[in-house]
Ligand binder design. Structure first.
Ligand code: ATP
Ligand code: MG
Length: 654
């Protein structure tokens, strides 16, 4: 496309006139000329090259704002009639130190000399809009027409001078989709060590432009065979990492590329980054599942690369949520699906949903799973607007109303905590059922929460308290036999809080915590968490599973129970759901290290004896917490009450 003065903003023409009228030369150069020659819209950034010295430039434009951006290299930024113009005095660069910056620059008189120090031929074209003359000593226009990126002059020399040029080549590949001249491309692996010495801040600017370009996938792929990518993020490529992590897929790069390729070229920048890094920072990648990612390790690397914190946070958020499973199955009923979606969107942040779905689809395909969950995804797309997540601010009552309704004393830390717990539980109740979001209903739920709190506090004889998750679950289910999955997470929070309060409040007492019905109670991770959380109270874990025989007897006994009871038994539901996890651990019981375990089963012949032993043990020791959780089909509340009886009749520590 031809250049003519009427294709330039009047501001640029005026600036060039000012130079000419004062006896100086002025050329428009760089990206704006490139863009105009390609027939693009008016560029935002303008670069002007002149033979006027920087002090002279400042003098000529003294009525305007001139920022001395890089004055030691001859560059100032002129703010002129809504335009931001970088004005650089013609220069050649002195000796380069470490491929970073020239140690000195010399100002020169001819535009041709200035163009010779520029990186690519397509960036070394100058146009004088006053005389309407084009200066193109390196045939940049031809390269532009042929879609070729070619370094000006000798490729090795140019890359060695400034290592930033290595990445700039691929930044332009990404922005323009051009191919790279063979000689220029061949020089890249030879000069890759120079690249490592370039300041990370400078690289980050170019890399971000690279990741943002329409041909980013192509550019990233091109940076692999010449080791440029590996030299940019060496930590992710180093061999020791691979040796360390045998469970990581050994074609991490191949997977990365195939995932990147499966995205549409318009995919969000956040998704691009997350996809690039997710395999490379994986700590394990078991077959058929999404990889585990060491997010702290990745965050450290990205900080080292001078990524802005906000971008690091977004990348990490996506890598945290990307493997959360799709929220429901098509067999669920309407109301249940709506609830699951609200809950899911609350966790995932709707802002990230598109990225999440794209990533999820790509991973699903990569894992070669049959039947892409496209029906589910379409369903989510359809109802995402109508079922937005519920935030605290959406509730019809606020913290102050909770305080006054329950007469909470804000000055007491545990009571302050209780306000937060109440609000959280209310939020979840609204998530479950939108019709709960009226002042009347929310006050009712608050009453229930308070009642459970009082119930647990009342369930105590001198020095022993019982917290039973059964009681708490009733709050949610009433007397309905159906077990509802979300009960568990609600129950968990309320019960943990109650346990902490009781332990803190009654310093010499024992708290018996029947935590069977916590979410996935048999999961070792869960028990590990409990043991850590309550470490200073020396928790004892009670394992109610004594022998295969006992378990069988227990199951048989349950066969004769009323169906509604059986059905309502969360133990069974949980057992079925987590069966495979439970069975992975010997005796279906895993206990955290350094924690005391006692075996106790109501159906064991040893039951009475063991109960007495336990009580004796408690009398002599300073254990303050008994955790009964993680096993199935035994009467734990019954056991808890028994212990309570024994302990109260023998009174502790006497
Ligand atoms: P954009 O449209 O992204 O601004 P641009 O080509 O203008 O692209 P800039 O970084 O603004 O890129 O640089 C302006 C001009 O300065 C380039 O066109 C190029 O001629 C020259 N240049 C920039 N960086 C280098 C470098 N590291 N080595 C040589 N020349 C460079
Ligand atoms: Mg520019």
């Amino acid at each position: 496309m031809e250049l003519s003065p009427n294709r330039f903003p009047t501001g640029i023409l005026e600036v060039c006139h000012i130079f000419r009228d004062s006896g100086f030369q002025a050329f428009v150069v760089g990206g704006s000329i490139r863009d105009l020659l390609r027939g693009e819209n008016l560029p935002n950034d303008w670069d002007i090259a002149t033979d006027a010295s920087p002090p002279k430039v400042i003098e000529l434009f003294s009525q305007f704002r001139v920022i001395p951006t890089g004055i030691q290299h001859g560059t100032v930024t002129l703010l002129f009639k809504n335009l931001s113009i970088e004005i650089t005095t013609f220069r050649v660069e002195g000796e380069y130190k470490d491929g970073r910056r020239p140690s000195e620059v010399h100002f020169v008189k001819e535009i041709e000399e200035d163009l010779a120090r520029r990186d690519l031929t397509i960036n070394a074209i100058a146009y004088d809009p006053i005389n309407q003359s084009l200066t193109d000593p390196f045939k940049g226009v031809t390269d532009l027409q042929n879609n070729i990126l070619r370094l000006v002059g000798d490729a090795d020399t140019r890359l060695k001078e400034d290592g930033l040029r290595l990445i700039r080549i691929f930044r332009f590949v990404s922005q323009l989709g051009f191919s790279v001249d063979q000689k220029s491309l061949d020089a890249v692996p030879r000069q890759v060590t120079v690249f490592r010495q370039v300041a990370k801040e400078r690289i980050e600017v170019e890399f971000h432009k690279l990741m943002s370009g329409p041909f980013w996938q192509q550019a990233i792929k091109m940076m692999i065979p010449n080791n440029l990518l590996a030299n940019y993020i060496p930590e992710l490529f180093e061999k020791y990492m691979l040796a360390l992590m045998e469970s990581v897929h050994n074609d991490r790069l191949g997977i990365t590329i195939s995932i990147i390729e499966s995205f549409s070229p318009e995919s969000s920048i956040n998704l691009r980054y997350a996809a690039l890094f997710h395999q490379l920072s994986a700590t394990s990648h078991p077959k058929d599942t999404f990889p585990e990612i060491d997010k702290q390790f990745l965050a450290k690397i990205l900080r080292g690369l001078k990524f802005p914190n906000k971008r690091i946070d977004s990348i990490l958020h996506l890598l945290t949520v990307y493997k959360i499973p799709l929220p429901y199955s098509m067999n669920d009923e309407e109301e249940r699906r709506n609830y699951s979606l609200r809950k899911f969107l609350y966790k995932i942040n709707p802002h990230f949903l598109d990225d999440y779905l794209s990533f999820y689809k790509a991973m699903w395909k990569e894992l070669d799973r049959s039947g892409l969950p496209s029906v589910l995804i379409e369903d989510i797309e359809r109802r995402r607007e109508s079922q937005p997540p519920i935030y605290l601010k959406d509730l019809k009552i606020d913290g102050n109303e909770v305080v006054s309704h329950l007469n909470i004393k804000k000055s007491i830390p545990a009571q302050r905590e209780f306000i937060g717990i109440c609000l959280d539980l209310l939020r979840e109740q609204v998530e479950v059922d939108l019709s709960n979001n009226t002042k009347y209903k929310l006050y009712q739920i608050l009453e229930n929460i308070n009642q459970v709190k009082n119930l647990c506090t009342a369930l105590k004889v001198p020095r022993v308290s019982i917290i039973s998750t059964d009681h708490i679950r009733k709050l949610y289910r009433g007397n309905e036999p159906e077990y509802i999955s979300w009960e568990n997470s609600h129950t968990y929070r309320l019960s943990i809080w109650l346990v902490s309060c009781l332990l803190r409040r009654n310093k010499s007492n024992i708290v018996i915590f029947d935590g069977t019905n916590l979410n996935s109670p048999s999961h070792p991770y869960h028990r590990e968490k409990l043991a850590t959380k309550f470490k200073r109270y020396n928790p004892i874990f009670i394992n109610t599973f004594s022998s295969e025989d006992d378990l069988k007897k227990n199951l048989e006994a349950r066969e004769h129970e009323k169906p509604s009871i059986r059905k309502s038994d969360a133990d069974i539901t949980i057992y079925e759901r987590y069966e495979s996890i439970i069975n992975r651990y010997p005796k279906s019981f895993y206990a955290p290290e350094n924690v005391k375990i006692i075996e106790l089963s109501t159906r064991s012949t040893e039951y009475e004896k063991r109960l007495k032993d336990l009580s004796k043990n408690l009398k002599e020791s300073n254990h303050r917490l008994i955790i009964m959780s993680g096993n199935v089909l035994t009467g734990k509340t019954f056991t808890a009450r028994k212990i309570q009886q024994i302990l109260s009749t023998h009174s502790l520590k006497e």
